[in-house]
Design a protein around this ligand. Structure first.
Ligand code: SF4
Length: 421
């Protein structure tokens, strides 16, 4: 690592955090990054010189473990530790030590409007000030590497960062509207690669569905995306350990396309060079695509050089609730799918299927009763594999009030349960 000092700021050109994402009470730092510290803030940049994290260092900052993170979609997310940092708090609800708060309305069980926090707004102002200062400061005495870093940072002003997020959307053919909950294991840092559009169901309750019918992408499109994504991520590619094959039901895209896309991406994105951890592959599946998945597909997925998470939207095991939310499956199909999830988790060491169910104030009591009883009786052949995620419906009022209900189900369940945001 090389450090330089410019007026009162300390510049670390390249720092090396742990190569794999660790779950810790401390702010997340992994991979290679650059850092600039002032007396009041810590600014972290990725290997392309794009601002990534901002954290306050003085006593006015809400909590030493809280920070702002900028996503590849150019959204600022505030990582909050909430009001209960004990083992019964956020870690037990989310499986993580922080709650990511988005700048727009999401399905969070706990709405935090970070934009109304003056200290968070001061952090943004400090970032603007630092950017202006970097422009003004004389840099002749600095080490060449520090000068190069400052040039890179100055090249990535707000307009460029916005354009880059638009470019990412253009490469993959749309915005990533939702990520599988399992991507929390890499702090949601995944390279998106679209292999199909649309989905099979078009459920009424869903706020991320597209109007399109399910349609796999041609392999030529996948190859072109990979080529452009490699160029887009540039040097920072080496900091990614996760690949998301999108969009809402990639499992339905079929054996050939899934395996082709995963292997092409593995080699083009250099996942083979990551020594510290097996790269992770994430995809969504539906009850139908899961039930349809043949052993040959599962065997091939299991043999990929990834550890693969497949996340299935079950939503409910109560037929009237499924009808109420407009999901065209019944409880027998959901139960068959659940059975298959447990079987896959027990059979394939490199595959992990996880499931989603919904929560909402307006859902019938039978939904909660059937879910609680079912999870209480479910057998878990491999402990710790195959988490269940409960997701609050987006327009459910009083989401925080859903927490006791979640905790009740969690207490009953033999399978690990978390909230999905
Ligand atoms: S919940 Fe899943 S399957 Fe249903 S409309 Fe949304 S994306 Fe499609």
């Amino acid at each position: 690592m090389h450090s330089s000092y410019l007026n009162s700021i300390a510049i670390s050109v390249e720092k090396q955090g742990p190569a794999r994402v660790k779950k810790a009470r401390l702010p997340l730092r992994h991979g290679k990054y650059s850092e600039i510290r002032t007396s009041d803030y810590e600014f972290m940049f990725n290997l392309n010189g794009e601002i990534k994290f901002i954290r306050g260092l003085n006593s006015k900052w809400p909590h030493p473990a809280e920070q702002l993170k900028r996503t590849d979609g150019n959204d600022w997310v505030f990582y909050s530790v909430g009001d209960d940092s004990s083992e019964n708090g956020i870690i037990s609800w989310l499986g993580e030590y922080y709650l990511p708060c988005l700048p727009y309305t999401s399905n969070s069980i706990w709405e935090i409007n970070y934009c109304s926090n003056p200290e968070v707004m001061n952090a943004f102002a400090a970032w603007s000030r630092l950017y202006a200062d970097l422009h003004e400061f004389r840099r002749d005495h600095l080490h060449t590497k520090a000068k190069e870093l400052i040039e890179l940072i100055l090249n990535n002003h707000d307009g460029v960062l916005h354009e880059r997020s638009q470019r990412l959307n253009a490469i993959i053919g749309g915005r990533v509207s939702v990520l599988p909950p399992d991507t929390r294991h890499v702090d949601y840092e995944v390279i998106p690669l679209m292999i199909a559009d649309g989905c099979l169901y078009h459920c009424n309750f869903c706020c991320v569905k597209s109007a399109h019918k399910f349609m796999p992408r041609p392999t030529t499109d996948v190859i072109e995306q990979i080529r452009r994504l490699r160029d887009f991520y540039g040097r920072n590619l080496e900091n990614y350990n996760g690949l998301f094959l999108g969009n809402h039901d990639a499992l339905e895209a079929g054996e050939e396309l899934i395996v082709f896309a995963a292997l092409e991406a593995y080699s083009a994105f250099g996942f083979g060079g990551r020594q510290a951890m097996t790269p992770l592959l994430f995809l969504f599946g539906s009850v139908h695509s899961l039930l349809k998945a043949k052993n040959s597909l599962l065997e091939k997925l299991n043999l990929l050089p990834f550890y693969t998470y497949i996340n299935i939207g079950f939503e409910s095991i109560d037929t009237p609730t499924l009808a109420h939310i407009g999901k065209p499956v019944d409880e027998s199909k959901v139960l068959d799918g659940f059975e298959k999830m447990l079987e896959i988790n027990a059979t394939y060491p490199n595959l992990e299927v996880t499931g989603n169910f919904i929560m909402g104030e307006q859902l019938p009591p039978a939904h909660y009763q059937s879910l609680g009883e079912f999870l209480q009786g479910a057998t878990v052949p491999i402990r710790g594999k195959g988490a269940i995620y409960l997701s609050p419906l987006k327009d459910s009022p009083k989401k925080r009030e859903l927490l006791p209900r979640f905790l009740e189900i969690k207490k009953q369940s033999k399978i690990p349960i978390f909230i999905y945001l």
